[in-house]
Structure formats: structure tokens, C-alpha cells
Design a protein around this ligand. Structure first.
Ligand code: ZN
Length: 370
């Protein structure tokens, strides 16, 4: 995640000549209270807590944003849909975990951990299926023109979930499934997934690593592999393989001309987040949302991933919602990137220079690491 310091006078994002901000948009909102049933029975303060979505929804309601959105009603996904990304054995495993958790919720289904463990509950399968169902229904509503764009307030999150493994509070990879669903059922060819969660979406990277039709861009903390999910392949050098070489970007840009943009919308890079410890403001998320609206004729869907400070993440989602609805983006301060940020970006540019013409004339302002 890029960190900005040395604040210079504010630059009004509204000066951007994009015609998009002049219009009111129909923004779909999907939320289902039943997703709050999955909770940790042995740690009531666990960071992946149902309040993350219920309080976010309440906040959007208080801010008058829910009534401005078009409510999308969804049910649980079918197994057939989840099979687009996950193996049948793994789906059966999550179903079995739900049953087993009625007797013993203290099993640990996940090998990789960061402080708080990934937990099971007697609702884990139902909630995970519902989260997928909400994501695909919203994407369908956008692609069928029922709404222009949308936001999915869902949990458990998805981007760490592998084809056959639960990782980092994630069971089914909501965003990856939504992308595959859009391609197989709704005739979409090219999809951009921008993942601005503080953590690298290892599951999403793996789902599309050799596929040039899905450009996966992740902005995340890496810390030389010492930050969750602790994988070397979260680094800039992971560029995709086979036909997908050059379509896995671990940091940023366009020229891909997608037909649909999905955001793996984690807010754990927001200030005061107990896991991310970065300082991204609601205005910054809104600003990124504003720029994404210029792609794919505005077909943009934000799908909630992480974020563990309930108040902060609610404000961030509210700021993004306003931009989706057509309000002008807020004023954001521009800054000078730190040396570390410049190096991270230069490394990514270097790794992708041979795949992207637009980068071939780019002169990095900092030398890449060895
Ligand atoms: Zn995260």
C-alpha cells in the first residue's frame, strides 16, 4: 500500500474534468442480515465480527445513503456457482465444518494465521454461500442494466480463500466467483479486479494467474514477505504465468479496457485499523472509486473484503457510496510519495515493462531493488 507524507496544498479532486460526476447514478446495494449469524464463539472480540457489516449498514442508513440506493435482494449461491472457483471436495468440507461446529467450534480450519484465528461456526457455510450469492446478484444487476454500479456489504470476506483452502477468515472467494460468473453466465470478456485491501489477495491471484482475461491488481502491505499472507508470490515479481503472464500486477494502472471492474474492497488500510496500521482516509477511497468509474462505462462493483475498525470502515464505505451515486468526490490532499513507495512502484513497473507498452517509456523516479 502506497504511503503518502509531506503534505502539499490540497488538490480538489472535483477539478477532474470527468463528465461522470455530473450525473446521478443508480447504485445497487446488497446486504442481508443473515450474514451476521457467523460469529466466533470463543472470542467475542474477534476482529472478523458481525458488527463489521451490520454497523456499516446502519451507518449508511443514518447518512441517508441506503434510501438513495436501489436495494438488491439475493439468496445463497448455488453449489454450481461456487464450483466456478472451488473444488467439490472443498465445498463439501466447508459444509461439514458447519455441522461439526455445532458440536465443537474450536477447530482451526486454516494453516496461515495473523493474530486472530480463522474460526468456524454453525452458520459458516450458509453465510459464506450467502456472501457469494449477494456478490453475483449485484454483478448481474449491473451487467443487466438494472443499476449502474453497486456495493456489496458482505461477510465472511473472500480474497484469501484458495480453490481448496480456507485462509485468513475467508471461505469462498466472493470476488473471484463473481468474476467467473460474469464471464460464464453474463458474457463479459475482460474483467479488472482491483484489490485495495491491505492484504494481498493470494486466492484471487491464484484463481487467475494464468488467465489474461482477468487483470488482477493488488495494492497491499508486503514487508518483504513478513506480512500476512506471508507469501513470496505477493511480491511485484509475481507477474502471472502462461497466457496470463503480465496480467497479475502486484501494484497499478489501466490500458486493459475492461468490460467490468470489481473491487476487492477491504478497508483495513484505513486509519485506526488494528491489522493494517496504515492511514488511508475515506476521501482517498472515494477518490480511487471516482477514478475507477471512468473504466468499463462505469460498470463498477465494490465487494467488501477486510476492515476491522467498524466506525472507520463505515465512513470509508459511505464516502465510496456517495461517489458511486454521483456526488462529487471529496477534496484530497496530494502528497509526495515516500522513498519506499517510489521503490515499490518502480519495482512493479520494472517487472511489467515488457508486457505493457504504456510503461516502456516510463522513467522510474527511483531505482528498483535488486
Ligand atoms: Zn485484509
Amino acid at each position: 500500500m502506497m504511503m503518502m507524507t509531506k503534505q502539499t496544498p490540497p488538490l480538489h479532486a472535483g477539478n477532474d474534468p470527468s463528465p461522470l460526476q455530473q450525473k446521478n447514478y443508480r447504485t445497487g446495494l446488497v446486504y442481508d442480515e443473515r450474514m451476521t449469524l457467523h460469529k466466533c464463539s470463543f472470542d467475542l472480540n474477534h476482529v472478523e465480527h458481525p458488527d463489521r457489516v451490520s454497523k456499516m449498514y446502519d451507518y449508511l442508513q443514518e447518512e441517508g445513503l441506503v434510501s438513495r440506493c436501489v436495494r438488491i435482494i439475493a439468496g445463497p449461491a448455488t453449489e454450481e456457482v461456487v464450483l466456478l472457483v472451488h473444488s467439490p471436495e472443498y465445498i463439501a468440507q466447508v459444509q461439514a465444518w458447519q455441522k461439526e461446529a455445532e458440536v465443537d467450534p474450536n477447530q482451526n480450519p486454516c494453516k496461515l494465521e495473523e493474530g486472530s484465528p480463522t474460526y468456524l461456526s454453525p452458520h459458516v457455510y450458509n453465510c459464506a454461500m450467502l456472501a457469494v450469492g449477494c456478490a453475483i446478484k449485484l454483478v448481474e444487476a449491473v451487467l443487466q442494466g438494472e443499476v449502474d454500479n453497486g456495493l456489496a456489504i458482505i461477510r465472511p470476506p473472500g480474497h484469501h480463500a484458495e480453490m481448496d483452502e480456507a485462509v485468513g477468515f475467508c471461505f469462498f472467494n466472493n470476488t473471484s466467483i463473481a468474476a467467473r460468473y460474469a464471464q460464464t453466465e453474463l458474457n463479459v470478456k475482460r474483467i479488472l479486479i482491483l484489490d485495495w485491501d491491505i492484504h494481498h489477495g493470494n486466492g484471487t491471484q491464484h484463481a487467475f494467474y494464468s488467465d489474461p482475461s482477468v487483470l488482477y491488481l493488488s495494492l497491499h502491505r508486503y514487508d518483504q514477505g513478513k506480512y500476512f499472507p506471508y507469501m513470496d508470490e505477493s511480491n511485484f515479481s509475481a507477474v502471472g504465468e502462461g497466457k496470463g503472464e503480465g496480467f497479475n500486477v502486484n501494484v497499478a494502472w489501466n490500458k486493459f479496457n475492461p468490460d467490468l471492474v470489481l473491487v476487492s474492497c477491504g478497508f483495513d488500510a484505513a486509519k485506526k485499523d488494528p491489522l493494517g496500521r496504515c492511514n488511508v482516509t475515506p476521501g482517498c477511497y472515494a477518490y480511487m472509486t471516482h477514478h475507477l468509474k471512468s473504466l468499463a462505462q462505469g460498470k463498477l462493483v465494490l465487494i467488501l473484503e477486510g476492515g476491522y475498525n467498524v466506525q472507520e470502515m463505515s465512513e470509508c464505505m459511505a464516502a465510496c457510496s456517495r461517489v458511486l451515486l454521483g456526488d462529487a468526490p471529496p477534496t484530497v490532499a496530494s502528497g509526495i510519495p515516500t522513498r519506499i513507495s517510489e521503490t515499490s512502484i518502480a519495482n512493479t513497473i520494472q517487472a511489467h515493462r515488457k508486457y505493457w507498452k504504456c510503461l516502456q517509456d516510463h522513467r522510474p523516479s527511483s531505482l528498483p531493488d535488486d
